[in-house]
Ligand binder design. Sequence first.
Ligand code: NCD
Ligand code: ZN
Length: 360
Amino acid sequence: MTTTLTLIQPDDWHLHLRDGDALRAVVGATAQQFARAIVMPNLKPPVVNTAQAQAYRERIKQALAQAHQAGEIDDRAAAFEPLMTLYLTDNTSADEIRRAKASGLVHGVKLYPAGATTNSDAGVSDIRRTMSALEAMQEVGMPLLIHGEVTDSEIDLFDREAVFIDQVLDPLRRQLPGLRVVFEHITTSQAALYVRDASVGDSAGAIAATITAHHLLYNRNAIFKGGVRPHWYCLPVLKRETHRLALLEAATGGNSRFFLGTDSAPHATRLKEHASGCAGCYTAPHAIELYATAFAAMDRLDQLEGFASLFGPAFYGLPVNTSRVTLARESWEIPQSLPFPGDSITPLAAGETMQWKLVA
Ligand code: NCD
Ligand code: ZN
């Protein structure tokens, strides 16, 4: 049996880092594992222009430097590179897209349908309002990162991703065949098959999807096992087992359209364990171990490096990392809680035993 696994250092292509003290509390966990991460712009207020993205990047770098100085992270982690994104609104202009592209710091623009998830109130009310921005993105090759759920409260929560494909995503791709699209944190077999089989509109248009570790490891039963378990609640919500199996097949099958995005989304424990608990799973501290567990269960650990370290840079047109990480087969217990400003934070699967550990 494999006892260690060395990989080109992975990147996280979908991450929430928050801001201020919360940022300071969580950034080190990601930096210890990943060389780079696509940082989501859903702050309060959201990151809507290049100047704000630049300033946010500086705050992330500053928080990293503080963590390094405090001895919380090593030298490799101190070199972590945040890849910034903008939050698409009804008012995003074509000029802002061109500025973002020219900055070299902004790597994608995120579409949140208004009201779909945490801090998405300023999101897009109707995709038709964003056409000039989307056309500029197609023109300059700026990827559109999509939270793919409809927000219509009449549509069953578990069906919102599949309905989004038919109502929004597919028509959009037909209208803008050169637009580069990442279907973020896919959760259904419909999404996996759509991305696998989608034809590429023209030479520039391409589609990819990120997949979280929790959607590979758990189905919706996890939310209700022995009582309501809010730490397993995220959006898009976990789906039934058939969908999990389709995602596993997609992630471990060596198809470069699928790559790693944790969607690690930190919320204070008290706000998760709440009458109206926040959506989001905190997986940053043990992300690559969670993915290794999923790939090992499929006996496809040999496919982890492509998914975690090669396919993302290829899509985003960035160099592959030169650093390496090593995982060992080793039992350890996920902490019950970790420090977080004013409270604690509860990592996903807190208290459970992992069989893989990042050791170098
Ligand atoms: C994310 C968050 O908390 O920012 N929550 C989540 O459940 N994934 C937002 C998001 O990505 O939908
Ligand atoms: Zn997210």
